[in-house]
Structures are given as C-alpha cells and as structure tokens.
Design a protein around this ligand. Structure first.
Ligand SMILES: Nc1ncnc2c1ncn2[C@@H]1O[C@H](COP(=O)(O)OP(=O)(O)OP(=O)(O)O)[C@@H](O)[C@H]1O
Ligand SMILES: [Mg+2]
Length: 242
C-alpha cells in the first residue's frame, strides 16, 4: 500500500511544489513508483517545473468527476523513472478533497508514494476531506508570518485529528535584519514535529537542466525522503547543510 504525502502551507510560495518535485526525484532515485498530483487549483505548475507535456487529455478535475479517465490523465516524467503526474485544472475549478481521497484509496496499491501538492491557504476543514491515512507536511519559510500562520494551520488540522510534520524551507542562518534565526523558536511557533530543514539555494530550480543532486537543497530533500521512508537520518549540524 503506497504512502500518501500531502504538502500544505499557510501561505503561498513557501516551496511546496519545489519540495514535491524534490521528493519525487528522491523516490525515483530509490527506484520507487510515484504518483505526483498537482492539486493547486487554478495555478498548475508541475508541468513547467518538470518540463513535461501540458496538453493532457484529462486533468485532476476530470479524473475526480470520472475515475475511468485516471489512466488518460497520467503524464510520465521522462527524466524521472517511475514518476507520473496528474496535472491540476487550468481553470480555477475547486478540488473536492473527499473525491480525491476516494480516488487515492483506489489507486494506492499501484504506487510506493503518492505526493499531493496543494495550494497555500486551503482551510483545514477542506483538507480534512482527505480521510485516508496520509502524512501531512506543512512547509514554512522562516519569516515570522509564515511560521505563526503555520502554527494556526497545524492547530486547525489537529481539530480534525490530522497530525502535521514540519519542513522549514529556504533556511538562512540570519534574517533580513541580520538577526540569527532560531530553529527551536520556529518549531515552538509552528507547533509541529520537525521533519527537515531545506536551505535557501539558488540552484534549486535546476531540474531539467542539471540533476538536482548538485544542490544542497536537493541533498536536504533526499534526507527528508529517507525519513519519510522510515530511515533514521539525523538532522545534520546547521553549518553542514548550508
Ligand atoms: N530552498 C529554496 N531555495 C531557494 N528558492 C526556493 C527554495 N524553495 C523554493 N524556492 C523558490 O520559491 C518560489 C516558490 O516556490 P514554490 O512554487 O515551490 O512554492 P509553493 O509553495 O508551491 O507556491 P504556491 O503556494 O504558489 O503553489 C519559487 O521561485 C522557488 O524556486
Ligand atoms: Mg505550488
């Protein structure tokens, strides 16, 4: 039975799609079969991040209305062995998370990992439609607003018995004012167990041009993938991840 990973955030632009692609890359490198679902209604982006075919026969909205078109909607990623993508609708058609849950239950056996990349700021109540067992991961950047709102999202999700783990993305040792960033403070405010820290890295979008393995962020995402797979990978010292 494949593991379902749902990437969420309290605001847009925290790095969910980048991390979704990074995780898919890591699982592909480990010879796993992966389904990547672009559930960002109205803002399809995985096609450009992965440099894949955009003219699909069916998108996620079509699949949720007719499970029979599931196979028509799968787009293979030539550069990532074992990875297929279902793209989000281009129009802003809302995704029904209960239907998505039903779909995932049907196809879960066919994959090792299913990664659901959501849009930022989806209310916890809507996300709670995903009633299957899934690893929810909140992606936050280090700025105060992102961290505080992540804490609120994590609390809201807990009301629906959804436990969330935390990825701190775009980590830099100091904020824009030069003040040292304290990981413990971020974890306390976000109220979630830390799964990993991905550093700020200009080469992170090198997918399709260069292997992501060249970037320090990619190395951090590979460690996160290993933790998701159940391996006990220690967090390296901050000076070693930058
Ligand atoms: N670790 C990182 N280092 C540097 N840049 C990053 C990092 N992670 C993400 N980015 C950049 O941040 C921007 C937003 O990333 P991304 O699109 O993955 O966020 P998102 O959470 O999916 O956004 P949205 O909520 O709009 O879907 C992109 O330009 C991406 O290249
Ligand atoms: Mg995104």
């Amino acid at each position: 039975m494949g593991k379902v990973i749902v990437l969420v955030s309290s605001k847009g632009g925290s790095g969910k799609s980048t991390i979704a692609v990074g995780l898919a890359t890591a699982f592909s490198n480990a010879d796993k079969k992966v389904l990547l679902i672009d559930a960002d209604e109205g803002a399809r982006c995985l096609d450009s991040l992965l440099s894949i075919e955009q003219n699909t026969v069916a998108d996620l909205f079509d699949v949720l209305n007719d499970f029979d078109v599931f196979y028509d909607a799968l787009v293979p990623v030539p550069e990532l062995k074992g990875v297929s993508v279902i793209l989000s609708p281009i129009l802003n058609q809302p995704i029904d998370f209960s239907k998505l849950s039903a779909l995932l239950k049907q196809v879960q056996e066919k994959y090792d990992y299913i990664i659901v990349d959501t849009k930022g700021q989806i209310p916890a109540e809507r996300l709670s439609g995903l009633s299957l067992t899934a690893d929810f991961i909140a992606v936050a950047t280090t700025d105060f607003i992102s961290v505080k709102n992540t804490g609120n999202l994590v609390s809201e999700l807990s009301k629906f018995n959804i436990k969330c783990r935390l990825i701190i993305n775009r980590f830099k040792p100091r904020d824009n004012k030069g003040k040292k960033i304290c990981i413990d403070d971020i974890i306390d405010s976000a109220r979630a167990r830390l799964l990993g820290i991905v550093p700020e890295d200009k080469r992170i979008n090198s997918f399709g041009k260069r292997p992501m393995s060249l970037s320090v962020a990619s190395a951090a995402i590979h460690r996160i993938a290993a933790r998701i797979s159940g391996n006990d990978i220690k967090l390296p010292k901050i000076k070693d991840i930058l």
